[in-house]
Design a protein around this ligand. Structure first.
Ligand code: ATP
Ligand code: MG
Length: 511
């Protein structure tokens, strides 16, 4: 037995956490067959793999949320068996989970201090000190969120930032981040990276999970790849290439990421005129034609999702009109919007996209259910078939169609939302961050699919914070900044510079 050295300070390079041959099954699903991971002090370690490869399962085992079925888990030289997340916290492990886990009724500060309080003498809770602590954390992360507001109604990016602040405030020796940047803009992500680097320099160990290669190569020194629940390799980052990592993840070469086809552009499908909603967006006008993919770029918070929600009738607006194929789309009426042929794949899949407790087949047919029912053949058979078609086209990894969506991996949940809306056969498809959290292989599939759908005459609005995606996929890029449309850039003139310029500057007066 190893000596009890768990509390000793680790020197940079020392192994602080080790998993060997760890397995985990959920009933018939083997999520993890052979998990291996060695984390060292003073290192930022990447963990990559396709959707459903078992990354989050490893995270939850380390966190004590799941218990391993077999294998070794050694922490600071000692074998551990965590029974709960309290155990892992106590051992100096902080975890940012893939899906935010905030309590909507509690304030931002209460969420960050969940389960611990700063006490004044005589045991009274020191709210001012807690608030001050949160303000300093937010300052470090460069964000402006009111510590007293309730968590309810926060954007998904802000929720993620609060999860990050919560984890950092634990001052843990080991910090685990499961796709922390999926909802963040580049500016927010780069602030997070600065914090991560300073924690690394203090000798902490960081595990970083992401599907974005630019981030991994920018931030991490070591990389572990998993496939189908099993460990594949661990390398120093300098010894690897993107193509090599992709091959290990997917088990094959992946074709070009942005397979944009040139297709004939048809008639105007969507016309938005002078749309205004005070405090959200102002005087927004644009058109989208059949076969056209229009990118909607801008920083997080620029008002892009708000415009999409207004078009689809989720939120109201004060003035302006929306017409689809010449017919007026009424305000605040999503049923009418759907009947006219609009589909919206929202950015926050958990709140708006899927009804989690339902099974898979049910979720992806929820949106067409009314149209199937109208023709009187809503049987389980037809439900399963149309769902199965789309789920297969998007290669959703699930053991059975009646799998509950709540237990799907994050990326696979995202694909279910897409499947659900594609099955409605829309004329205009609005996708908000369509490939967030989706692995490289499937990302290429989603892009190929969007390209193909445009080729079939679908009009597409693609909101994306990932510049390469917008540049690669869009025929035209509309840029928003602080609720205003600042540019309309044709594909031939679109570059990272022209788009970023418009995203951060006011529209240049006509020249
Ligand atoms: N609680 C659970 N019950 C049943 N199956 C589960 C559960 N948790 C995970 N799984 C399954 O285990 C597999 C691995 O999932 P995991 O969430 O670890 O993947 P991941 O690598 O994090 O993927 P992603 O990149 O999409 O987040 C998936 O097939 C998933 O459906
Ligand atoms: Mg995951």
């Amino acid at each position: 037995m190893v000596m009890s050295t768990a509390s000793m300070r680790a020197e940079a390079g020392d192994v602080v956490l080790e998993l060997r041959g760890v397995s985990k099954s959920f009933g018939p699903v083997q999520a993890l067959r052979d998990g291996e991971l060695v984390l060292r002090a003073g290192s930022i370690h990447a963990l990559m793999g396709e959707n459903g490869a078992g990354k989050s399962t490893i995270v939850k085992i380390i966190a004590g949320l799941y218990q391993r079925d077999s294998g070794e888990f050694v922490l600071g030289g000692e074998t551990v068996h965590f029974r709960s997340t309290a155990d892992s916290k106590q051992s100096g492990i902080a975890v940012i989970y893939q899906e935010p886990t905030l309590f909507p009724d509690l304030s931002v500060t209460e969420n960050i201090f969940m389960g611990r309080h700063l006490l004044k003498s005589f045991g009274r809770i020191d709210r001012a000190a807690m608030r001050g602590h949160v303000r300093r954390l937010f300052q470090r992360l460069g964000v402006d969120i009111d510590p007293d507001r309730p968590a309810e109604g926060l954007s998904i990016a802000d929720q993620q930032i609060i999860e990050i602040a919560k984890a950092i405030s634990l001052e843990a020796r080991i910090l685990i981040m499961d796709e922390p940047t999926a909802a963040l803009s580049e500016v927010e992500a780069s602030r997070l990276f600065a914090v991560a680097r300073s924690l690394r320099d203090e000798g902490r160990a960081i595990l970083f999970i992401s599907h974005r290669f630019d981030e991994v190569y920018d931030l991490c020194d070591t990389i572990t790849v998993m496939r189908d629940g099993a460990y594949i390799s661990t390398d120093r980052i300098e010894a690897t290439t993107v193509a090599g990592i992709v091959r290990k993840m997917v088990g094959r070469d992946v074709d070009s990421l942005y397979p944009k086809q040139t297709v004939p552009i048809g008639d105007v499908v969507l016309k938005v005129e002078k749309l205004t909603s005070t405090g959200q967006f102002h005087d927004i006008s644009f058109e989208v034609r059949a076969g056209e993919i229009v990118g909607l770029a801008g920083l997080v918070g620029a008002g892009r999702s708000e415009v999409a929600r207004a078009i689809f009738g989720i939120d109201s607006y004060e003035s302006g009109t929306v017409t689809l194929e010449g017919r007026v789309v009424p305000r605040l009426n999503t049923v009418a919007a759907m009947q006219l042929g609009i589909a919206l794949v929202p950015e926050d899949r958990r709140q708006q996209g899927i009804v989690l407790p339902f099974g898979l087949a049910r979720n992806s047919t929820l949106a067409i259910k009314s149209s199937l029912a109208r023709f009187g053949f809503i049987t389980n058979r037809s439900e399963n078939r149309s769902a199965a078609d789309w789920l297969a086209r998007l290669s959703v990894k699930a053991n059975a169609l009646d799998t509950s969506t709540a237990t799907l991996s994050g990326g696979n949940q995202q694909k279910v939302v897409l499947a659900k809306w594609l099955a409605t056969n829309p004329t205009l498809l609005i996708v908000d961050e369509p490939t967030r959290g989706i692995d490289v292989g499937t990302k290429a599939d989603v892009h190929a699919l969007l390209s193909k759908l445009a080729g079939e005459g679908l009009a597409i609005i693609m909101i994306s914070s990932e510049l390469p995606e917008v540049l690669g996929m869009a025929d035209r890029i509309l840029v928003m900044r602080e609720g205003h449309m600042t540019a309309d850039i044709p594909r031939s003139e679109a570059t990272a510079e022209t788009v970023m310029f418009s995203a951060t500057h006011e529209r240049r007066s006509a020249v």
